[in-house]
Design a protein around this ligand. Structure first.
Ligand SMILES: Cc1cc2nc3c(=O)[nH]c(=O)nc-3n(C[C@H](O)[C@H](O)[C@H](O)COP(=O)(O)OP(=O)(O)OC[C@H]3O[C@@H](n4cnc5c(N)ncnc54)[C@H](O)[C@@H]3O)c2cc1C
Length: 415
C-alpha cells in the first residue's frame, strides 16, 4: 500500500466530502467504511439542502404538544418508554438549548455553515458530473392553522436580517407552485434559495467516484479497530492494516462506537427517522419537497417516488424499528397529497446524530494528536457535508479556515 496521509472513517455524505476536499488539497487519503459509500443515514434523508435554516428544531414549549407526545398521539415524535431513563440527560440539555436566547445564539453560530451549503454542493456536483441530481426549486412549508404561522414571526424577521430569501404565500399562490396539493392549509412559506436532490445516495456515490478519480482510495474495514500504532493511527481493512499520521472520525450516529473506547464521550443523541416511497396517485406530482409543519413530515419527490420522511423517534439506535408515526400521519398526508401505493414492503430507518445544542462537532479530538472529528450533523448532514469537508480539510492542512471553527469544537462540552 502506498503512503497514506489521512484515513477518513465513514463514507457517508460527511466523510466522503471530507475525503474529497482533502484529496483536492493534494493529500493521499483512504476512505474506510464497512459498507459502500452513502448506504447508511446518508441514503435515507429527505434530500433537502437546507441553507435557509434559521432556528433548529426545539424542545416543545407548548404543554399540549408535549402531552400529545407523552401520550404517543403526536405524529411528529415518538419514543420508546424503556429508553427514557437513558435519553433523559440529553433531553434536559436539549431543552436548555431550546430557550429563546440560546436558539438565537445557535442561529448566529451556524449561519456561516448554512450560508455556504448550496454553493459547496454546486461546486462538487459540477466537478463530479452530477449536476443533474440538483433541483433548485426551493422548498415549501405549509401551515394548516393561524397559530403555527403566527409563531413564525421571529424566524422570518431573522431570515430577513440574514438575507435568506422567502415568500409568504396564501393557499392559492402555494397551489400555483404545487397544483397537486389539496387546499387543507392556510399559509405557506416558499424558501426560494433552498435546493434539493433527487437521489441522496447517488450524490454520495458521485462524490466518492470523484474522490477516487483524484487518487483517493475507497476501502472496506472496521472503524472499531482504530488504535494508536507508534506515531500513527492504524485501522484494519480487508486489505490489511492501514496507517496514517491523521485520522478523521466521520461515522455519524456510529461515532461513539469508536470514540468511547478512546475515552471521548460527547453528548450525542439520536433522533431516529423513517422514510417510505409512494407513487403519486393519478397524475399527482411534486416539483419540490413539501413539509406539513404542524403534522411533522416531509414529502420529497425522488427518482424512486415520493419519499415520505418522518420526524424524530427517541429510541436506542439499534433497537428494532417501530414505524408507528406512519399510521399517525398518513391520514393527514393523504389529505394534503394523493399518495398512491407504497413502493417498498417496509419503511427504511436511520438515526440523525444530534448534539443537544444542534451544532455538529468539526475539529480536533481533544487529547488525541492527529485525530479529527466530524459528526453530529443532526437534521443537516446532507446540507452541511461538503461545507464540513471544506472546513475540516482547511484545518487539517493548515490553510485559513473559511470561518471561525471554534463554535463547532468538541471543547465546548468541557466548559
Ligand atoms: C428521515 C431523515 C430525513 C433527513 N432529511 C435530511 C435532509 O433533508 N437534509 C439534510 O441535510 N439532512 C437530512 N437528514 C440528516 C442526514 O441524513 C444525516 O445528518 C447525515 O446523513 C449524516 O451523515 P454522516 O455521513 O454523518 O453519517 P452516515 O451517513 O451514517 O455515515 C456514517 C458511515 O459510517 C459507517 N460505519 C458505521 N460504523 C462503522 C464501522 N464500525 N466501521 C466502518 N464503517 C462504519 C456507515 O456504514 C456509514 O456509511 C435526515 C435524516 C433522516 C433520518
Amino acid at each position: 500500500m502506498a503512503r497514506i496521509d489521512a484515513i477518513v472513517l465513514g463514507a457517508g455524505i460527511v466523510g466522503t466530502s471530507i475525503g474529497l476536499h482533502l484529496a483536492k488539497h493534494g493529500l493521499a487519503v483512504a476512505l474506510v467504511d464497512r459498507r459502500a459509500p452513502g448506504e447508511e443515514t446518508s441514503y435515507g434523508n429527505a434530500g433537502v439542502i437546507e441553507g435557509n435554516t434559521v432556528f433548529p428544531p426545539a424542545f416543545p414549549s407548548d404543554p399540549i404538544a408535549l402531552l400529545r407526545i407523552a401520550l404517543k398521539r403526536a405524529p411528529e415524535a415518538n419514543y420508546h418508554l424503556t429508553f427514557l431513563p437513558q435519553v433523559a440527560p440529553w433531553l434536559l440539555k436539549f431543552r436548555a438549548a431550546s430557550r429563546p436566547q440560546r436558539l438565537l445564539e445557535t442561529a448566529r453560530l451556524m449561519r456561516p455553515l448554512f450560508a455556504r451549503a448550496l454553493a459547496e454542493h454546486e461546486t462538487l456536483l459540477a466537478e463530479a458530473g452530477a449536476a443533474r441530481l440538483l433541483r433548485k426549486q426551493g422548498w415549501l412549508k405549509v401551515y394548516r392553522g393561524e397559530r403555527a404561522f403566527a409563531a413564525l414571526k421571529g424566524e422570518l424577521a431573522l431570515a430577513q436580517e440574514f438575507g435568506i430569501p422567502y415568500r409568504a404565500l396564501d393557499t392559492d399562490a402555494a397551489r400555483e407552485l404545487e397544483p397537486s396539493l389539496a387546499p387543507v392549509f392556510r399559509h405557506a412559506v416558499h424558501w426560494q434559495g433552498v435546493a434539493s436532490v433527487t437521489d441522496p445516495l447517488a450524490v454520495t456515490q458521485a462524490y466518492a467516484a470523484r474522490f477516487a478519480a483524484l487518487g483517493g482510495v475507497v476501502m472496506r474495514g472496521n472503524a472499531r479497530s482504530l488504535h494508536r500504532a507508534n506515531a500513527h493511527w492504524r485501522v484494519e481493512t480487508t486489505e490489511g492494516p492501514l496507517d496514517a499520521a491523521q485520522a478523521v472520525v466521520a461515522l455519524g450516529p456510529f461515532a461513539p462506537d469508536v470514540l468511547s473506547p478512546l475515552g471521548i464521550t460527547l453528548p450525542l443523541g439520536m433522533k431516529r427517522g423513517y422514510h417510505r416511497h409512494y407513487r403519486g396517485g393519478g397524475n399527482a406530482a411534486l416539483a419540490r419537497p413539501v413539509v406539513d409543519m404542524e403534522v411533522g413530515y416531509c414529502l420529497a419527490p425522488m427518482d424512486q417516488g415520493v419519499r415520505l420522511t418522518t420526524g424524530a423517534e427517541f429510541a436506542a439506535r439499534d433497537a428494532p424499528p417501530t414505524p408507528v408515526q406512519f399510521e399517525r400521519l398518513l391520514p393527514a398526508a393523504r389529505s394534503l397529497f394523493p399518495l398512491g401505493e407504497a413502493v417498498e414492503a417496509a419503511p427504511w430507518m436511520g438515526s440523525r446524530p444530534c448534539f443537544p445544542d444542534s451544532r455538529p462537532v468539526i475539529g480536533r479530538a481533544p487529547g488525541h494528536g492527529g485525530l479529527w472529528l466530524a459528526y453530529g450533523h443532526a437534521h443537516w448532514g446532507l446540507t452541511l457535508g461538503p461545507t464540513t469537508g471544506r472546513l475540516l480539510a482547511e484545518m487539517m492542512t493548515g490553510a485559513t479556515p473559511f470561518c471561525d471553527p471554534a463554535p463547532y469544537g468538541a471543547e465546548r462540552f468541557a466548559r
